[in-house]
Design a protein around this ligand. Structure first.
Ligand code: C2E
Ligand code: MG
Ligand code: MG
Ligand code: MG
Length: 288
Protein backbone atom coordinates (compact mmCIF):
# COMPACT_ATOMS: atom_id res chain seq x y z
CA UNK A 1 0.00 0.00 0.00
CA UNK A 2 0.93 3.59 -0.36
CA UNK A 3 1.28 3.86 3.37
CA UNK A 4 3.94 1.16 3.45
CA UNK A 5 5.83 2.96 0.67
CA UNK A 6 5.51 6.28 2.37
CA UNK A 7 8.78 5.88 4.15
CA UNK A 8 10.62 5.06 0.94
CA UNK A 9 9.18 8.07 -0.85
CA UNK A 10 10.30 10.24 1.97
CA UNK A 11 13.78 8.76 1.77
CA UNK A 12 13.99 9.37 -2.00
CA UNK A 13 12.83 12.98 -1.55
CA UNK A 14 15.32 13.44 1.23
CA UNK A 15 18.18 12.11 -0.91
CA UNK A 16 17.17 14.47 -3.71
CA UNK A 17 17.21 17.37 -1.31
CA UNK A 18 20.61 16.32 -0.11
CA UNK A 19 22.00 16.32 -3.67
CA UNK A 20 20.52 19.77 -4.29
CA UNK A 21 21.89 21.11 -1.04
CA UNK A 22 25.27 19.64 -1.79
CA UNK A 23 25.33 21.15 -5.28
CA UNK A 24 24.37 24.53 -3.88
CA UNK A 25 27.09 24.28 -1.26
CA UNK A 26 29.65 23.38 -3.91
CA UNK A 27 28.61 26.35 -6.03
CA UNK A 28 28.69 28.62 -3.01
CA UNK A 29 32.20 27.43 -2.17
CA UNK A 30 33.35 27.88 -5.79
CA UNK A 31 31.87 31.39 -5.93
CA UNK A 32 33.34 32.33 -2.55
CA UNK A 33 36.77 31.17 -3.72
CA UNK A 34 36.34 33.01 -7.01
CA UNK A 35 35.71 36.21 -5.02
CA UNK A 36 38.76 35.59 -2.83
CA UNK A 37 40.97 34.79 -5.83
CA UNK A 38 39.96 37.92 -7.72
CA UNK A 39 38.12 35.98 -10.44
CA UNK A 40 35.07 38.22 -10.15
CA UNK A 41 35.55 41.26 -12.30
CA UNK A 42 33.44 44.04 -13.73
CA UNK A 43 32.74 44.83 -17.36
CA UNK A 44 31.27 48.17 -18.36
CA UNK A 45 28.77 49.12 -21.02
CA UNK A 46 28.45 52.75 -22.10
CA UNK A 47 25.20 54.65 -21.82
CA UNK A 48 24.93 57.17 -24.65
CA UNK A 49 22.99 60.45 -24.85
CA UNK A 50 20.60 60.29 -27.79
CA UNK A 51 20.77 64.05 -28.20
CA UNK A 52 24.57 64.52 -28.24
CA UNK A 53 25.89 61.03 -29.07
CA UNK A 54 28.30 61.30 -26.14
CA UNK A 55 28.94 58.67 -23.51
CA UNK A 56 27.24 59.85 -20.32
CA UNK A 57 28.05 56.89 -18.14
CA UNK A 58 28.65 53.19 -17.75
CA UNK A 59 26.70 50.26 -16.36
CA UNK A 60 28.83 47.90 -14.27
CA UNK A 61 28.14 44.24 -15.12
CA UNK A 62 29.54 41.38 -13.07
CA UNK A 63 31.70 38.73 -14.78
CA UNK A 64 33.33 35.57 -13.45
CA UNK A 65 36.68 35.04 -15.14
CA UNK A 66 36.98 31.31 -14.50
CA UNK A 67 40.49 29.86 -14.93
CA UNK A 68 39.23 26.89 -16.99
CA UNK A 69 35.70 27.74 -18.12
CA UNK A 70 36.50 31.27 -19.29
CA UNK A 71 34.09 34.16 -18.85
CA UNK A 72 30.89 33.17 -17.04
CA UNK A 73 27.80 35.38 -17.47
CA UNK A 74 26.05 36.90 -14.45
CA UNK A 75 22.81 35.19 -15.45
CA UNK A 76 24.55 31.95 -14.42
CA UNK A 77 26.06 32.93 -11.08
CA UNK A 78 23.92 35.82 -9.76
CA UNK A 79 20.93 33.51 -9.12
CA UNK A 80 23.18 31.15 -7.13
CA UNK A 81 24.62 34.09 -5.22
CA UNK A 82 21.05 35.20 -4.45
CA UNK A 83 19.98 31.74 -3.26
CA UNK A 84 22.98 31.25 -1.01
CA UNK A 85 23.03 34.77 0.38
CA UNK A 86 26.48 35.36 -1.09
CA UNK A 87 24.93 38.18 -3.13
CA UNK A 88 25.49 40.56 -0.23
CA UNK A 89 29.25 40.15 -0.40
CA UNK A 90 29.27 39.86 -4.17
CA UNK A 91 27.15 42.98 -4.59
CA UNK A 92 29.39 44.93 -2.22
CA UNK A 93 32.43 43.72 -4.17
CA UNK A 94 31.00 44.86 -7.53
CA UNK A 95 30.06 48.26 -6.07
CA UNK A 96 33.52 48.66 -4.51
CA UNK A 97 35.44 47.59 -7.65
CA UNK A 98 33.39 49.76 -10.00
CA UNK A 99 33.50 52.86 -7.75
CA UNK A 100 37.26 52.41 -7.45
CA UNK A 101 37.60 52.15 -11.24
CA UNK A 102 35.56 55.30 -11.84
CA UNK A 103 37.57 57.26 -9.26
CA UNK A 104 40.75 56.15 -11.01
CA UNK A 105 39.30 57.13 -14.39
CA UNK A 106 38.42 60.57 -13.01
CA UNK A 107 41.96 61.00 -11.74
CA UNK A 108 43.37 60.44 -15.23
CA UNK A 109 40.63 62.32 -17.10
CA UNK A 110 38.92 65.19 -15.25
CA UNK A 111 36.06 64.96 -17.83
CA UNK A 112 35.11 61.60 -16.34
CA UNK A 113 33.74 63.40 -13.27
CA UNK A 114 30.61 64.17 -15.31
CA UNK A 115 30.01 60.46 -16.02
CA UNK A 116 27.64 58.21 -14.13
CA UNK A 117 28.18 54.69 -12.83
CA UNK A 118 25.15 52.41 -12.77
CA UNK A 119 25.31 49.36 -10.50
CA UNK A 120 22.73 46.56 -10.27
CA UNK A 121 21.36 45.79 -6.82
CA UNK A 122 19.59 42.52 -6.13
CA UNK A 123 16.40 42.37 -4.07
CA UNK A 124 17.98 40.38 -1.29
CA UNK A 125 20.80 42.92 -1.00
CA UNK A 126 18.38 45.86 -1.00
CA UNK A 127 16.24 44.33 1.75
CA UNK A 128 19.12 43.84 4.17
CA UNK A 129 18.85 46.12 7.21
CA UNK A 130 22.44 47.37 6.86
CA UNK A 131 22.37 47.86 3.07
CA UNK A 132 22.27 51.67 3.15
CA UNK A 133 25.13 51.81 5.66
CA UNK A 134 27.16 49.49 3.49
CA UNK A 135 26.64 51.71 0.44
CA UNK A 136 27.67 54.73 2.53
CA UNK A 137 30.82 52.92 3.66
CA UNK A 138 31.82 51.98 0.10
CA UNK A 139 31.19 55.53 -1.15
CA UNK A 140 33.40 56.90 1.63
CA UNK A 141 36.11 54.24 1.24
CA UNK A 142 36.47 54.70 -2.51
CA UNK A 143 36.01 58.48 -2.41
CA UNK A 144 33.62 58.49 -5.36
CA UNK A 145 31.37 61.52 -5.73
CA UNK A 146 27.94 60.07 -4.82
CA UNK A 147 26.24 62.10 -7.58
CA UNK A 148 28.00 59.83 -10.09
CA UNK A 149 26.39 56.70 -8.69
CA UNK A 150 23.09 55.23 -9.87
CA UNK A 151 21.69 52.13 -8.20
CA UNK A 152 19.51 49.97 -10.45
CA UNK A 153 16.62 48.14 -8.82
CA UNK A 154 14.12 45.82 -10.45
CA UNK A 155 10.40 45.74 -9.73
CA UNK A 156 10.78 42.61 -7.61
CA UNK A 157 12.23 44.64 -4.73
CA UNK A 158 9.13 46.82 -4.60
CA UNK A 159 6.53 44.11 -4.30
CA UNK A 160 6.38 42.71 -0.75
CA UNK A 161 6.84 45.81 1.38
CA UNK A 162 6.36 48.99 -0.60
CA UNK A 163 6.54 51.32 2.41
CA UNK A 164 9.83 49.84 3.52
CA UNK A 165 11.19 50.08 -0.05
CA UNK A 166 10.22 53.78 -0.21
CA UNK A 167 12.05 54.41 3.08
CA UNK A 168 15.18 52.62 1.85
CA UNK A 169 15.17 54.50 -1.46
CA UNK A 170 14.83 57.81 0.41
CA UNK A 171 17.75 56.91 2.67
CA UNK A 172 19.85 56.01 -0.38
CA UNK A 173 18.98 59.30 -2.06
CA UNK A 174 19.96 61.13 1.11
CA UNK A 175 23.49 59.78 0.50
CA UNK A 176 23.45 61.66 -2.81
CA UNK A 177 23.12 58.67 -5.14
CA UNK A 178 20.41 58.24 -7.79
CA UNK A 179 17.98 55.35 -7.94
CA UNK A 180 16.80 53.78 -11.17
CA UNK A 181 14.07 51.29 -11.99
CA UNK A 182 15.64 48.62 -14.25
CA UNK A 183 14.03 46.27 -16.81
CA UNK A 184 10.81 48.22 -16.69
CA UNK A 185 7.89 46.42 -18.29
CA UNK A 186 8.94 42.87 -17.42
CA UNK A 187 7.24 42.81 -14.03
CA UNK A 188 3.68 43.39 -13.03
CA UNK A 189 3.85 46.96 -11.82
CA UNK A 190 2.22 49.79 -13.68
CA UNK A 191 3.71 53.24 -13.98
CA UNK A 192 1.11 54.51 -11.52
CA UNK A 193 2.46 52.03 -8.97
CA UNK A 194 6.04 53.02 -9.76
CA UNK A 195 5.07 56.65 -9.12
CA UNK A 196 5.07 56.13 -5.36
CA UNK A 197 8.79 55.33 -5.38
CA UNK A 198 11.15 58.30 -5.73
CA UNK A 199 13.10 57.03 -8.75
CA UNK A 200 15.25 59.37 -10.84
CA UNK A 201 15.07 57.42 -14.06
CA UNK A 202 13.61 54.39 -15.75
CA UNK A 203 15.19 51.78 -18.02
CA UNK A 204 12.92 50.27 -20.63
CA UNK A 205 13.60 46.55 -20.86
CA UNK A 206 15.36 45.36 -23.97
CA UNK A 207 12.59 42.90 -24.80
CA UNK A 208 10.48 45.86 -25.99
CA UNK A 209 13.32 47.77 -27.64
CA UNK A 210 14.85 44.83 -29.49
CA UNK A 211 11.91 44.11 -31.73
CA UNK A 212 10.40 47.57 -31.75
CA UNK A 213 10.57 47.89 -35.51
CA UNK A 214 9.28 44.43 -36.35
CA UNK A 215 6.15 44.72 -34.28
CA UNK A 216 4.16 47.92 -34.30
CA UNK A 217 2.77 46.91 -30.91
CA UNK A 218 6.21 47.00 -29.28
CA UNK A 219 6.84 50.45 -30.71
CA UNK A 220 3.57 51.60 -29.15
CA UNK A 221 4.52 50.09 -25.79
CA UNK A 222 7.88 51.89 -25.84
CA UNK A 223 6.16 55.12 -26.91
CA UNK A 224 3.66 54.82 -24.04
CA UNK A 225 6.33 54.00 -21.44
CA UNK A 226 8.48 56.97 -22.50
CA UNK A 227 5.54 59.39 -22.58
CA UNK A 228 4.28 58.33 -19.17
CA UNK A 229 7.76 58.27 -17.62
CA UNK A 230 8.27 61.85 -18.81
CA UNK A 231 4.93 62.88 -17.28
CA UNK A 232 6.21 61.47 -13.98
CA UNK A 233 9.43 63.44 -14.35
CA UNK A 234 11.63 60.42 -15.00
CA UNK A 235 14.41 60.33 -17.57
CA UNK A 236 14.39 57.28 -19.80
CA UNK A 237 17.20 54.94 -20.81
CA UNK A 238 16.45 52.32 -23.46
CA UNK A 239 18.31 49.02 -23.15
CA UNK A 240 19.13 46.59 -25.94
CA UNK A 241 19.65 49.08 -28.76
CA UNK A 242 21.19 46.89 -31.47
CA UNK A 243 20.39 48.74 -34.70
CA UNK A 244 20.58 52.27 -36.11
CA UNK A 245 16.80 52.07 -36.63
CA UNK A 246 16.25 51.52 -32.90
CA UNK A 247 18.30 54.57 -32.15
CA UNK A 248 16.45 56.72 -34.68
CA UNK A 249 13.06 55.58 -33.41
CA UNK A 250 14.03 56.22 -29.78
CA UNK A 251 15.33 59.71 -30.62
CA UNK A 252 12.02 60.47 -32.27
CA UNK A 253 10.24 59.30 -29.11
CA UNK A 254 12.39 61.76 -27.11
CA UNK A 255 14.11 59.02 -25.13
CA UNK A 256 17.10 60.64 -23.37
CA UNK A 257 19.68 57.85 -23.47
CA UNK A 258 20.36 54.40 -24.76
CA UNK A 259 22.52 51.39 -24.19
CA UNK A 260 23.14 48.38 -26.38
CA UNK A 261 25.36 46.45 -28.76
CA UNK A 262 24.77 49.12 -31.46
CA UNK A 263 27.02 51.40 -29.37
CA UNK A 264 29.21 48.89 -27.57
CA UNK A 265 29.20 45.54 -25.83
CA UNK A 266 30.25 45.55 -22.18
CA UNK A 267 34.06 45.89 -22.08
CA UNK A 268 36.77 45.30 -19.45
CA UNK A 269 37.71 48.21 -17.19
CA UNK A 270 40.99 48.87 -18.99
CA UNK A 271 39.06 50.08 -22.02
CA UNK A 272 37.15 52.85 -20.24
CA UNK A 273 39.71 55.56 -21.03
CA UNK A 274 39.18 55.02 -24.75
CA UNK A 275 35.48 54.29 -24.54
CA UNK A 276 34.60 57.46 -22.64
CA UNK A 277 35.93 59.56 -25.53
CA UNK A 278 33.90 57.77 -28.13
CA UNK A 279 31.16 59.70 -29.85
CA UNK A 280 28.29 58.53 -32.02
CA UNK A 281 27.24 61.08 -34.59
CA UNK A 282 23.50 61.29 -35.02
CA UNK A 283 22.20 58.40 -37.05
CA UNK A 284 20.99 59.22 -40.56
CA UNK A 285 17.22 59.71 -40.52
CA UNK A 286 15.27 56.66 -41.62
CA UNK A 287 14.23 56.71 -45.32
CA UNK A 288 10.63 55.72 -44.85
P1 C2E B 1 20.65 44.22 -16.80
O1 C2E B 1 20.95 44.96 -15.58
O2 C2E B 1 19.37 44.50 -17.48
O3 C2E B 1 21.88 44.48 -17.77
C1 C2E B 1 21.80 44.57 -19.16
C2 C2E B 1 22.11 43.25 -19.81
O4 C2E B 1 21.79 43.32 -21.19
C3 C2E B 1 23.60 42.86 -19.77
O5 C2E B 1 23.70 41.44 -19.71
C4 C2E B 1 24.09 43.36 -21.11
O6 C2E B 1 25.27 42.72 -21.56
C5 C2E B 1 22.92 43.01 -21.98
N1 C2E B 1 22.86 43.82 -23.17
C6 C2E B 1 23.27 45.09 -23.34
N2 C2E B 1 23.03 45.55 -24.58
C7 C2E B 1 22.44 44.54 -25.24
C8 C2E B 1 21.96 44.40 -26.60
O7 C2E B 1 22.02 45.31 -27.42
N3 C2E B 1 21.42 43.20 -26.90
C9 C2E B 1 21.33 42.18 -26.02
N4 C2E B 1 20.80 41.03 -26.43
N5 C2E B 1 21.78 42.28 -24.75
C10 C2E B 1 22.33 43.45 -24.36
P2 C2E B 1 24.64 40.70 -18.66
O8 C2E B 1 25.90 41.47 -18.46
O9 C2E B 1 24.71 39.27 -19.07
O10 C2E B 1 23.79 40.83 -17.33
C11 C2E B 1 22.55 40.21 -17.22
C12 C2E B 1 21.85 40.60 -15.95
O11 C2E B 1 22.55 40.10 -14.81
C13 C2E B 1 21.75 42.10 -15.73
O12 C2E B 1 20.70 42.61 -16.52
C14 C2E B 1 21.48 42.15 -14.26
O13 C2E B 1 20.13 41.88 -13.98
C15 C2E B 1 22.31 40.98 -13.74
N6 C2E B 1 23.60 41.49 -13.23
C16 C2E B 1 24.74 41.77 -13.88
N7 C2E B 1 25.68 42.23 -13.02
C17 C2E B 1 25.11 42.26 -11.79
C18 C2E B 1 25.54 42.64 -10.48
O14 C2E B 1 26.67 43.10 -10.26
N8 C2E B 1 24.64 42.51 -9.45
C19 C2E B 1 23.37 42.05 -9.67
N9 C2E B 1 22.55 41.94 -8.62
N10 C2E B 1 22.93 41.68 -10.89
C20 C2E B 1 23.78 41.79 -11.94
MG1 MG C 1 20.88 46.88 -15.05
MG1 MG D 1 18.36 46.22 -17.34
MG1 MG E 1 17.26 43.91 -18.89
Amino acid sequence: SSKEHGGDHYTVFDAGMRVLTQRRMEMELALRQAMEHGEITVHYQPIVSLTTGDVTGFEALARWQHPRQGLIAPTEFIPIAEETGLINELGALILRLSCRRLVELTRNNPDAAALTLSVNISGRQFKRPDFVEEVATILAETGIDPVMVKLELTESVLMDDADEAVRTIKRLKALGVKVVIDDFGTGYSSLSYIQRFPFDSLKVDRSFVGNMNEAEQNMEIVRAIIAMAHKLGLEVVAEGVELAEHRTALSELRCESAQGFYFSKPVPGEELDTLMRQHWKSAPASDS
